[in-house]
Design a protein around this ligand. Structure first.
Ligand code: DLZ
Length: 158
């Protein structure tokens, strides 16, 4: 969890494996595009900082976070990826929809990780309001997209 004590973009650069021979799939949700666009920018630039070639980073969009499960599943079936990253932002509204989507995506991605040979990194921001999301996509708590990129490289190496 991002807190005042933990910034999502902090890591030790030299401890991250070289990603120049790795191939990544990213599935990004279109809901809350100012948030997911910032997550995607952070994620891609961090992958590239560690050597990943732009042509080896394949990005697909899906309408909303719930579809991230399908998108990631299709990427695992296509194969050829060292790691897959999902990026989405669910912001709590007035109905329980938030809880169902968050639980559904979390369960779906957990299941994929248990079944697939390709690691799927969980980049879903689940926040109570827009400000909390802004704080975590390049704001005061860093960028969850950076964190996902680093986790994807580590898991690809695993
Ligand atoms: C319907 C919906 C709502 C209310 N809120 C969000 C959200 O905050 N973030 C998000 O990524 N998607 C949201 N969606 C869309 C669902 O994820 C999904 O796309 C639709 O229910 C269709 O399956």
């Amino acid at each position: 969890m991002a807190t005042a004590l933990h910034n999502l973009s902090d890591y030790e650069f030299d401890k991250i494996p070289d990603a120049s021979n790795m191939c990544f799939g990213i599935v990004v949700a279109e809901w809350n595009p100012e948030i997911t666009g910032a997550l995607l920018n952070g994620c891609m630039s961090t992958l590239e900082k560690h050597g990943a070639l732009p042509e080896n980073i394949h990005v697909k969009t899906v309408p909303g976070s719930f579809e991230l499960i399908y998108g990631a599943h299709q990427m695992t079936l296509n194969g050829g990826y060292d790691a897959i990253i999902i990026l989405g932002s669910v912001i709590k509204g007035e109905t329980p929809h938030f809880d169902y989507i968050c639980q559904g995506v979390t369960y779906g991605i957990a299941r994929l990780n248990a079944k697939s040979e390709i690691p799927v990194i969980y980049g879903l921001l689940t926040t109570l309001d827009m400000q909390q999301a802004l704080d975590r996509c390049g704001g005061k708590y860093g960028n969850k997209g950076d964190e996902c990129a680093i986790d994807a490289i580590k898991m690809a190496k695993f």
